[in-house]
Design a protein around this ligand. Structure first.
Ligand code: TYM
Length: 335
């Protein structure tokens, strides 16, 4: 009998906080679009992660819809992928609880993102959600039998925890979860701030000149790249103290597919002005169709609602089996 091979499963998500930046685009979204034809993909707006820090409810609601709009504008097809809001599938929270009961305080306190976000804060004011956040992320991934997780480098430690939790659970309760692998961009797995190039580009940076959003107007993109911090050297190459130039090279490389060596060769003897103009041009051209689609889609609330409602149904269906299996394994009586 012929067996139909299951397509591999992909899961990923972005937190609806701040604005989707070119860092998120290069580190995650661009790969998501690339992978959608070959894999069974679930792409989520992780609204439950966003409330680990205080949000204004009306703003969060708007941003969740806006992020979904931007996913589609980047080229993700709701017919091909499961696209949904995390809170619309309660199985995420349910599995997170079980995994939390199988996680250790020690391993969660070693998460660098947790340490960064709570630096100089007293225990009294640190939300427990911020602490257990990586467990919810593990639940997101493990719930769908995910094989591959396309993310930027900054999420790899969280992914490692998801793998550890899957292995631990499988060892204790018997084979249940697929152990997921990360999927990184070749050159742009970590895009840096345009103003402080030793710091990661963050969508919540207070200084809007530090990042480019995927819906920024072309003129603004040019302006931000022209004012990107570089160095007083004249060489378009990598090296110590050249983080600003290297970052612009990563952006160009991720968009054009050129390697660092190719870019270095192409710009030998050319000045920063010429290089920055070319980087700006390729970013503008890459994001032009995204912005156009975004502006068209934005007002079509009925369509967007239809997408996330259908997505929620598909997500619930896709995760039901694994959650039921987990409930049984831990010893809960079946309904
Ligand atoms: P978030 O919302 O911080 O970022 C979304 C995605 O963008 C990547 N990224 C970057 N890549 C390159 N350069 C940068 N400067 C940059 N900044 C962000 C991130 O690595 C990520 O892939 N916890 C996650 C969201 C999440 C998730 C998940 C991801 C929740 N559940 C399950 C994958 C699977 C987060 O806060 O990403």
């Amino acid at each position: 009998m012929e067996t139909v091979e299951r397509k591999k499963r992909i899961f990923s998500g972005i937190q609806p906080s701040g604005h989707i930046t070119i860092g998120n685009y290069i580190g995650a979204l661009k790969n998501w679009v690339k992978l959608q034809d070959e894999y069974d993909c679930a792409y989520c707006v992780v609204d439950m992660h966003a409330i680990t820090v205080r949000q204004t409810p009306a703003d969060l609601r708007k941003r969740c819809l806006d992020f979904l709009t931007q996913y589609i504008a980047c080229g993700l097809d709701p017919q091909k992928n499961i696209m949904f809001m995390q809170s619309h599938n309660p199985a995420h929270a349910e599995l997170a609880w079980i995994l939390m009961c199988n996680s250790y305080m020690g391993e969660l306190s070693r998460m660098t993102q947790f340490k960064d976000k709570t630096k100089n804060k007293q225990n009294e004011s640190i939300g427990a959600g911020l602490f257990t956040y990586p467990v919810l992320m593990a639940a997101d991934i493990l719930l769908y039998g995910t094989d591959l997780v396309p993310v930027g480098i900054d999420q790899m430690q969280h992914l490692e925890l998801a793998r550890d939790l899957a292995i631990r659970f499988n060892n204790y309760y018997g084979e249940t979860f697929t152990v997921p692998e990360g999927y990184l961009s070749k050159t742009g797995a970590k895009i840096m701030s345009l103003q402080e190039p030793t710091k990661k580009m963050s969508k919540s940076d207070e200084n809007p000149k530090a990042y480019i959003t995927i819906t920024d107007e072309p003129d603004l993109i040019v302006k931000k790249i022209k004012s990107a911090v570089t160095d007083s050297d004249m060489c378009i190459c990598r090296g110590e103290g050249k983080e600003g130039i290297e970052n612009l090279m990563s952006i160009m490389g991720a968009i054009t597919g050129k390697t660092f060596e190719e870019i270095e060769k192409e710009y030998q003897g050319k000045n920063y002005g010429v290089f920055k103009s070319d980087v700006a041009e390729c970013v503008v051209e890459e994001l032009r169709p995204v912005r156009e689609r975004y502006l068209q889609l934005q007002s079509d609330k009925a369509y967007l609602e239809q997408v996330y409602k259908a997505g929620a149904e598909k997500a619930q269906l896709a995760s039901r089996k694994i959650l039921r299996k987990v409930y049984k394994k831990v010893g809960f009586i079946e309904k």
